[in-house]
Design a protein around this ligand. Sequence first.
Ligand code: NOJ
Length: 556
Amino acid sequence: MTDTATNPDVRLTTVGGEWWRTAVIYQIYPRSFADSSGDGIGDLPGVTAHLDDLASLGIDAIWLSPFQRSPQKDAGYDVADYCDVDPLFGTLADFDEMLAAAHARSIRIIVDLVPNHSSDQHAWFQAALAAGPGSPERARYMFRDGRGPNGDEAPNNWESVFGGPAWTRVTEPDGTPGQWYLHLFDASQPDFDWSNEGVQESFRDVLRFWLDRGVDGFRVDVAHGLVKQHGLPDYTPDPEAGSMGGNEAAVPYWGQPGVHDIWRDWHDVLAAYDGDRALCAEAWLPTIAQTALWVRRDEMHQAFNFEYLETDWNAGALRRVIDESLRAYGEVGAPSTWVLSNHDVVRHASRLALTADTPQGAGIGPKSPGKPDPVVGLRRARAASALMLALPGSAYLYQGEELGLPEVIELPDDVRQDPTWFRTNGERYGRDGCRVPLPWSAEGPAYGFSDTGASWLPQPAEWSALAREAQQGDPTSTLSLYETLLAERRARDLGAGTLEWFDGGSPDVLAFENGGVRVLANLGSAPVALPEGVVLAASEPLADSILPPDTTVWLA
Ligand code: NOJ
């Protein structure tokens, strides 16, 4: 432990303001990170046990996906109690211990908050079912009468992000077929009505509950969905748009202007606390310019840059999205974020080598066309991460990408758990392939994920070689590459730098300078000559001053 690690207060006062502008934030998907209890599902003590590993990786903060009480119909994104820890993951005391241990290592913690919908097991939804039509209890959710003579048609034609209709009809307390409720996701995830003051007040309390415990901020789930267009008009989504939206304009349930009032309200709640607490929007919107509106100075602090994540492995396209991001976020005084993987998308060590279009959220599986070549995928992933981590702003990493983990494609049908798989009758594989528990050791039960060998999704045998322990100390490993990139990024303060393009000698080469580091990424298929310079980091071994295809180098 370092000196600051023994005195958390020193770290938190010396780190400086607005840490989120430059931070590298590591996403922990708790059920797949590390299992201390042996039940096959990761937990909070498992996180605490590995904080030293994360400190040595060199991250600034952790984003913790949901660990609150939940029936786990959507892996925790169906919350039944926003102010408690699900017993699967531990207790509030485990949370406090983890938070203190993270702060003691100079690692901040942001937690996931799911305000668009609750679980159908939330006390409020149960009360709404019991109370009947027209009641104040129903007014917290989106209950409507059905269409057609007997009200037996859904109130409109909206479809769930996970497939099938976005409405489910309830049986009223007197046993008759009754109203319908809206769920943009699974039927077990009823949408709140955010015009309801009780809902607004309750979420302010939820924010304060976690802020009082000391969290450094929130990642806000479905931030683009809370407000629905007045009158709930019919809308048929574009099948190519991707499950969380993102590519479509004027969708009556995404990106409605009323959400900005909520963010201003929340901004004020956070601003009353010390320590630069931050809000990060999960908002899948059609343009970067539109997403930038979410991070105006009095709203959220960050938004995920999904346009960047969705950009093909193509120099021109990446340059355009980088320029547009720096311009649009810069205009509103916000940092850009950068992200390549998360628990909803095909891991970038596979995605970047796909040879067929895969809509976001659909996943890939045994029968998918255009399966990736794993060697090409890993090579591109290493180059893409080296490119991303040189950019000014804040970067998000998804657990396991520092090991070069690919998407698990060959999962058997009977282990799949994503509601997408069930609601589309197996037509879309969904997201289980990016959620397989991490390999920590090359041998031993569940590759060190649990002591018993239990693992809620099976880990492929090839993951033995990718285990953290197997990569540690090997200078050619993906883990060592990430450690080097993060150390150099921090030492040279690249997150706070500015980017200047220069000519890399080929249209397939992205070349820029940031903070005295020259970065060249060759996205083409031919090698190119490298300028002079000391190599700080390279995503592949270099020889003879040549930058091979699918390789990124940092030069001093
Ligand atoms: C976005 C989350 O990242 C995803 O995992 C979840 O299924 C949906 N929101 C619904 O909460």
